[in-house]
Ligand binder design. Structure first.
Ligand code: FES
Ligand code: FES
Length: 180
């Protein structure tokens, strides 16, 4: 029988990723990262490859609602996962509030880090609303209560997303605008 693109081998698996609400069944080498699967197999290049080592955050996407560095995830370990990339944040022509704030606050220069910054901010806002503390959350903060997103908190919680252009002040302002 002729091999098909959906056949598994010793080095590859067939898996389904739900990306921005659309299922994609792919045959992937076991070494394929989620970032490479998104960019090269699904065809969504919003998530960027900056370092490919988990150090810059340019590849940040939401996996089952939680932000993650997609360059550090093996796609084969996420069969059935629901992934949201920057392409999936807008509601039709209407930008996500974080996207709108980045535009309004001019929170970018070259834009390479921006998809990761925006996905990370969306995940971070949900984490804060759920009451997850950060390293700088005061110890007296009631457990489980939504965290107040001061500029200090935003900087700490976004510290995994680097911007080589140094657009940090406007990034913090943009996220702060959505948080209030
Ligand atoms: S490309 Fe993933 S953290 Fe830099
Ligand atoms: S806007 Fe250029 S790296 Fe952030």
């Amino acid at each position: 029988m002729e091999p098909t693109s959906q056949q598994e081998t010793a080095h590859s698996s067939v898996l389904t990723l739900h990306v921005n609400g659309t299922p994609h069944t792919l045959t992937l080498d076991h070494r394929t990262t989620l970032l490479d699967a998104l960019r090269e197999q699904v065809g969504l290049t919003g998530a960027k490859k900056g370092c490919d080592h988990g150090q810059c955050g340019a590849c940040t996407v939401l996996v089952d609602g939680r932000r993650a560095n997609s360059c550090l995830l093996l796609a084969a370990a996420h069969n059935g996962a629901h992934v949201t990339t920057v392409e999936g944040l807008a509601d039709g022509e209407r930008l996500h509030p974080v996207q709108q704030a980045f535009v309004a606050r001019d929170a970018l220069q070259c834009g390479y880090c921006t998809p990761g910054q925006i996905c990370s901010a969306v995940g971070m806002l949900a984490e804060a609303a759920e009451g997850h503390p950060s390293y700088v959350t005061p110890p007296e903060h009631p457990p489980g209560a939504p965290a107040a997103l001061t500029a200090h908190e935003i900087r700490e919680r976004m510290s995994g997303n680097l911007c080589r252009c140094g657009a940090y002040p406007n990034i913090v302002d943009a996220i702060g605008e959505v948080a209030t």
